[in-house]
Design a protein around this ligand. Structure first.
Ligand code: PMP
Length: 404
């Protein structure tokens, strides 16, 4: 049974004060908070079995290796990958995307086309632009509409036999729009293109099934899923991960090294050079256990209630405009107050202990589309409450009064 007050007790940070006021944390799209269960996992690792993995014969190393590989299995199960070796530990979504973009350097040729969407985070734009610079491939963009949705008829027109790769986010971090990735994946595959889905924003709100989606690559960050920062994952279909060259060279990723020739380790180690964030991987597994124990049905139902409640309350404020009005969205509200800079509103809210994000949210093309410098973004998690939304609404009204 979902009980938000019980859940909040798991998050020590939620009971702290900021600027003399109880913290109201509404910046979950940037990073989520960490439950005691995950904090305990981190403390346990460093207190009891901190050691390097995969190569030690001693007990600590074996314990750490077992826990790390168990975490990989938890992630495999969670995203429903067919094999555990299709899960590559990375430092996060950005690292995962760069790994794939680097791999495609040896696949793409001059004149090949790759397709991105207008709704992307910079980390799903810049690595592909760099790839185009290296290979001579051409970047095409699926446009968006005023509601903050991708225009699928335009996507259809971009696809051709030149298209080699499509990469879109599952959910937009700036607007909260849930993109029709089933359609996007199917269409990409019909013309033989590969597809990468950036699941950084989707993974905290729903449970992606990579086999049912039939997606080639799916990427996510632990820190948006109640896990630690600097940790994430890349899911890749086995056939693709075998085809792509390694990203970084070093220890752990080799089979044999001589000065004449080096051969690479089997998956997943081929992509995991050097000592990884061992504790981070294990804590990622603990975070997945934690959110699954609450359950994604309960999470999405409750977060949707918060979204509806907040939207209703915020639109009652005169001069407030919400960006991203798709019916298909998660618990993210991006908005501005007429004639007021978002940064000023964010600063006043902070004085009241309310944490929101202001700015372009690493999605400048979206801001350019709306011709605005940025927005105020409130993003809700399953541990937020309606009372906190009331505080936000009161804070926004107060900021409007002070700044008008
Ligand atoms: N993609 C999206 C949609 C995101 O929201 C983010 C984080 N804001 C990223 C990519 C980058 O994630 P990270 O910084 O964890 O690598």
């Amino acid at each position: 049974m979902f009980n938000v007050e019980d859940i909040r007790k798991d998050f020590p940070i939620l009971s702290r004060q900021v600027n003399g006021k109880p913290l109201v944390y509404l910046d979950n799209a940037a990073t989520s908070q960490t439950p005691q269960q995950v904090i305990d996992t981190i403390v346990d690792y460093y207190s009891n079995y901190n050691a390097n993995i995969h190569r030690g014969v001693h007990t600590l190393s074996q314990e750490a290796t077992d826990k790390y590989e168990q975490a990989r299995h938890k992630i495999q199960k969670h995203f429903n990958a067919q094999f555990a070796h299709e899960i590559i530990f990375t430092s996060g979504t950005t690292h995962s995307i760069n790994l794939v973009a680097n791999g495609f350097s040896s696949i793409l040729k001059k004149g090949d086309e790759i397709i991105v969407s207008a709704l992307e985070h910079h980390s799903n734009i810049v690595p592909w632009q760099m790839l185009c610079e290296r290979t001579g491939a051409i970047l095409k963009v699926i446009p968006m509409n005023q509601e903050g949705e991708l225009i699928m008829s335009e996507y259809d027109k971009l696809l051709s036999n030149k298209t080699k790769l499509v990469f879109v986010n599952h959910i937009s971090n700036a607007l909260g729009t849930i993109n029709p990735i089933e359609y996007i994946i199917e269409k990409a595959h019909q013309i033989g293109a590969a597809i990468l889905v950036d699941g950084a924003q989707a993974s905290p709100h729903l449970k992606p099934d990579v086999q049912a989606l039939n997606v080639d690559f799916y990427v996510a960050s632990a820190h948006k899923m109640c896990g630690p920062t600097g940790e994430g994952m890349l899911y890749g279909k086995e056939e693709w991960l075998k085809k792509l060259p390694p990203y970084q060279g070093g220890g752990e990723m080799i089979a044999e090294v001589t000065f004449e020739k080096t051969t690479y380790a089997e998956l997943p180690h081929k992509f995991e050079a050097g000592t990884p964030n061992i504790c981070g991987g294990i804590a990622f597994g603990a975070a997945i256990d934690y959110i699954n124990a609450i359950g994604f049905d309960a999470i999405s139902k409750y977060e949707h209630e918060l979204l509806e409640y907040a939207t209703q309350k915020l639109i009652e404020i005169e001069g407030l405009k919400i960006y991203g009005t798709s019916k298909n969205k998660t618990s993210v509200i991006s908005f501005n107050l007429e004639g007021i800079h978002p940064y000023d509103v964010g600063s006043i809210l902070d004085k009241m202990g309310i944490a929101v994000r202001t700015g372009h949210h690493c999605a400048q093309p979206i801001m350019d589309y709306y011709k605005i410098p940025g927005t105020i973004r409130a993003s809700f998690s399953f541990y937020n409450t309606k009372a906190e939304i009331d505080s936000l609404v009161a804070g926004v009204r107060k900021a409007q009064f002070m700044l008008s």
